[in-house]
Design a protein. Sequence first.
Length: 103
Amino acid sequence: MKQMEVTILGQSYVLGCPDGGETSLLEAVGHVDREMSAIRDSGKVKARERIAVLAALNLAYALAERPLPAASSAAKAADGDGVDVDNLIHRLDQALGADGHLF
């Protein structure tokens, strides 16, 4: 496993990276850095930890919104294990209060 130094929101991190995974890791770092920068630049949230949590939630939400392959969707519907993303976001917004809403 290789180590790479990356910068997110102006801070350097040394991350482990499997051989051949450099491009994927750099893309992921870019997504996180852009999301965190956008939240910071909005001026509503100042604490780095809260910015990181909001960025993680926004990225996870975007990932959850991607269409699932047909087999996976059918399996989830049959099992009743589907996630109510709207309800989850509403609950997170309530917990975050004045710190800012996800969307």
